[in-house]
Write a protein that binds this ligand. Structure first.
Ligand code: ADP
Length: 211
């Protein structure tokens, strides 16, 4: 069988500003199909999205904006005020995201890269992947990049970082890690290309029964 036709599933994660999306784009350029779980989350919470009926039923009309999409500010306020709301929100979103991601992966011809910000937190997600790739850099560099990219205040970036898995926790799950700091985009690209060749050079493992 042609190695590129093998259905490798790579889980990609990294903290905000680590360069995860940049690496995802590079993997895509190398021929992978990128399944972006954040993009799926946005689609299902847009007007007419698959999650909207359950969100309205669970949290009421207040979480639905005038345009019919999820009112993220209201939802954030609810989650902030009531920890159980977060659990209920995730109970609606996560299975739908998992299902759609799986459908997208099944429709893909070759290597699938799941871009999953919460990979370190989710054993269910890790079980779907043959290999886990973590993009890492220091907090100082994360802040510098997100301030430059998105114009956020430093405190806002720190707040998001505090909500995410720690670097140690992500490192602990990694089969491979790219330390994306002090690297030009060209060097980053060549590390990604090396990794791609290395991983495709050997056959993917048999998936555990039932997956
Ligand atoms: P994430 O998806 O992890 O939040 P991005 O991939 O969007 O992060 O990267 C954050 C910003 O940093 C982007 O503007 C990206 O172009 C830039 N960036 C990432 N890695 C590098 C690098 N090695 N050299 C230069 N800029 C980089």
């Amino acid at each position: 069988m042609n190695a590129v036709r093998r259905r490798w599933r790579v889980g990609l994660t990294g903290g905000i500003g680590s360069g995860k999306s940049t690496v995802g784009g590079m993997l895509q350029d190398l021929g992978a199909t990128l399944v972006d779980t954040d993009a799926i989350a946005h689609t299902i919470t847009a007007a007419g999205g698959a999650a909207m009926p359950a969100l309205r039923e669970t949290f009421g009309d207040m979480v639905v904006g005038q345009d019919g999409a999820l009112d993220r500010a209201q939802m954030r306020a609810l989650v902030f005020a009531n920890p159980d709301a977060k659990r209920r929100l995730e109970a609606i979103l996560h299975p739908l995201i998992g299902h759609i991601a799986q459908q997208q992966a099944e429709a893909a011809p070759g290597v699938v890269v799941f871009d999953v910000p919460l990979l370190a937190e989710s054993s269910a997600w890790r079980a779907r992947c043959d290999r886990l790739l973590v993009v890492d850099c220091s907090v100082a560099v994360q802040i510098e990049r997100v301030v430059a990219r998105s114009g956020w205040a430093e405190s806002q970036v720190r707040h998001v970082i505090a909500q995410q898995a720690s670097r140690e926790r992500r490192r602990a799950i990694a089969d491979a890690m790219i330390h994306n700091e002090g690297l030009s985009l060209a060097s980053l690209q060549s590390q990604v290309a090396n990794l791609w060749q290395h991983w495709l050079g050997v056959p993917p493992p048999e998936p555990p029964p039932g997956l």
